[in-house]
Design a protein around this ligand. Sequence first.
Ligand code: PMT
Length: 222
Amino acid sequence: FAAGALAGLKVVVSAGPTYEDIDPVRFIGNRSSGRMGFAVAEAAAQAGAEVTLVAGPVALPTPPGVARRIDVRSAAQMLAAVEEAAADADIYIGAAAVGDYRPQQVAPRKLAKQGGAGLTLTLVENPDILATLAARPQRPFLVGFAAQTHDLAAYARDKLQRKGIDLVAANEVGAGLGFETPDNALTVYWADGLLELPRADKRELARRLVEVIGERYRAVRG
Ligand code: PMT
């Protein structure tokens, strides 16, 4: 493991899920535990980076070496925190599972049962954090994750192009895969290449991913 792979660079990592509130006691969330993103933050710090970790609601201690942690709840809060932290960053790594939608309105009081009538929630799309950063003239090197249950390669290549980012780390998710588990496997895609990182503990996998990010960063940014 190249200890200096990210020496002197400012790196922002997002991790965990987002919670999109429905009312004061309910929310829409997802199964992300934050483990993958926290492991990436730790590995980046070990590789010499000054790391800011933007964390959704997770039950994890801040990894050793991480300079700053910002805890957020919703996708909107995560976007604001990432935008602020990434303003002078060299690399942004989006390992968070950001909610694609949020309820159009947050009910001020706990919603009551409708007497058997059912309940319809109207959802609106959240802004895309990676795409927002990609649209900036002065943008950090952008690394996204792709979590899919099927057609991983096609989605990963599509994400590279559509979001205008530099690297995509794709993982298959589903029963016992990707989310929540202690280990994971990734295929890393960039414009003209790919690398398979076989199944390993998330911390080990994160160290390999950080090496690839360091190599690709230097290839593009010198
Ligand atoms: O947290 P763990 O339990 O360890 O699980 C790890 C993980 C499976 C969550 C992680 O490895 C992973 O794949 N994270 C990304 C999950 C995801 O939301 O993928 P996506 O295909 O929906 O999004 C693709 C990329 O766009 C991601 O980098 C995401 O951060 C980013 N995105 C998505 C939506 C949004 N509004 N803004 C974004 O920036």
